[in-house]
Write a protein that binds this ligand. Structure first.
Ligand code: NAD
Ligand code: DAU
Length: 352
């Protein structure tokens, strides 16, 4: 990686911020360019500790903006791309699918085209790494696991847009020989997650004694993985993954939403010195998500065997670290919830 230049898209978001930090810290002789539009989900506070590192650059821009991406490829000698930028929230995709089509599909194609143009004739030591989701496989019944061979069957506008982008990435490999790799991961949890997603939303509501909205009966199942374990899998795949391959990443850690929230309530009762049962009394069953996928669960045998990767943390341990982080970083949460973080961006970047 010495003297290389890696473009990471979506690096100010939840997972991207952990990936950027790993690469900036672990590869000081590699230039890391973080390209992020700073939508509502992007937050430069997530990267404050590394923003002055000599091998780090931030570029604010839209992956679907041809002219901007063209200039970016002229400005930096990009060797590798780790593409995380996306609209990521299923509920938003149900109310506003168009933004998902623009960013997740068109944006990915703009990046693929520029990588192809810029690397034409010399694909050696180049890589387009596309970060995707297990939701492309659709929904499981009570048994079975998603493998890399599971047929795509996306159900929501979000998962359909991610499935489409996965197909396009593979099409550039098959048609033009663009060196690509794809990984599909299960639900992440941990520090820096935007509080529209179940866990940070619930932690914030419990802390403030507000209702915890549970969709339907709370019997939908997700397979949870600590975000730093996902970031380490991404680093390993980027370094050692086989070109053209797909890797599934999961925590082997299935929970119904209701059981998960009960565990969270127990942890928070203890940490906030509340009577047992106080937080759980906030659970409120609400209207179900339209087309709500019943169950996701990943078979990560391939990445375990091929790259020797496995989750480093037990779930209870990861959840406790996560709860502690949100309790300690209340200002981070308050700035997001109040919208004040937009001001931070303005002072940091818009007036430069
Ligand atoms: P996030 O919503 O927290 O972050 C997305 C980032 O992309 C934000 O910083 C945002 O500003 C940026 N962005 C959005 N549109 C952009 C555009 N047009 N141009 C440039 N930047 C733009 O998302 P996340 O949860 O960190 O997910 C990151 C990636 O990982 C996504 O591709 C998602 O599909 C995938 N993924 C997420 C999970 C999960 O559990 N969160 C699991 C598997 C895969
Ligand atoms: O599986 C990977 C996917 O995980 C990623 O691709 C997505 O980007 C990420 O957002 C996540 O999708 P989910 O829809 O599974 O995550 P979310 O946190 O929105 O919801 C988790 C479960 O909790 C899901 O079954 C819906 C339910 N839920 C969610 C919210 C926000 C509730 O019951 N109440 C809520 O308020």
């Amino acid at each position: 990686m010495k003297n290389k230049c890696i473009l990471i898209t979506g690096g100010a978001g939840f997972i991207g911020s952990h990936v950027v930090r790993n690469f900036v810290t672990n590869y000081p002789e590699t230039q890391i360019v973080n390209l992020d539009l700073l939508t509502y989900a992007g937050n430069l506070e997530n990267l404050r500790d590394i923003e002055n590192a000599p091998n780090y650059r931030f570029e604010k821009g839209d992956i679907s903006d041809e002219a901007f991406i063209s200039k970016l490829f002229d400005k930096y000698p990009i060797d590798g791309i780790i593409h995380l930028a996306a609209e990521s929230h299923v509920d938003r995709s149900i109310t506003n699918p168009m933004e998902f089509i623009r960013t997740n599909i068109l944006g990915t194609v703009v990046l693929l085209n520029h990588a192809k143009q810029s690397w034409q004739g010399n694909f050696e030591d180049k890589l387009f790494y596309h970060i995707s989701t297990d939701e492309v496989y659709g929904s499981l019944g009570n048994t079975g696991l998603f493998t890399e061979e599971t047929a795509y069957d996306p159900k929501s506008p979000y998962s359909a847009s991610k499935a489409s982008s996965d197909h396009l990435v593979r099409a550039y490999y098959n048609t033009y020989g663009l060196p690509i790799v794809i990984s599909n991961c299960s639900n992440n949890y941990g520090p820096n997650q935007f509080p529209e997603k179940l866990l940070p939303l619930a932690i914030n509501n419990i802390k403030n004694m507000k209702p915890i909205p549970i969709y339907g009966k709370g019997d939908n199942i997700r397979d949870w993985l600590f975000v730093k374990d996902h970031a380490s899998a991404i680093e390993q795949i980027f370094n050692d993954g086989k070109t053209g391959e797909t890797y599934n990443i999961g925590g082997n850690n299935e929970w119904t939403n209701l059981d998960l929230i009960h565990l969270l309530c127990k942890i928070l009762d203890e940490k906030l010195n509340r009577e047992p049962g106080t937080s759980a009394s906030l659970i409120s069953f609400v209207k179900d998500r339209a087309g709500h996928d019943k169950r996701y669960a990943i078979d990560s045998t391939k990445i375990q065997e091929a790259l020797n990767w496995e989750p480093s943390l037990q779930f209870e341990e990861g959840l406790e670290i996560t709860v502690d982080w949100y309790l300690k970083n209340q200002k981070w949460m308050e700035r997001i919830v109040s919208g004040a973080y937009q001001e931070y961006y303005k002072t940091m970047y818009d007036n430069r």
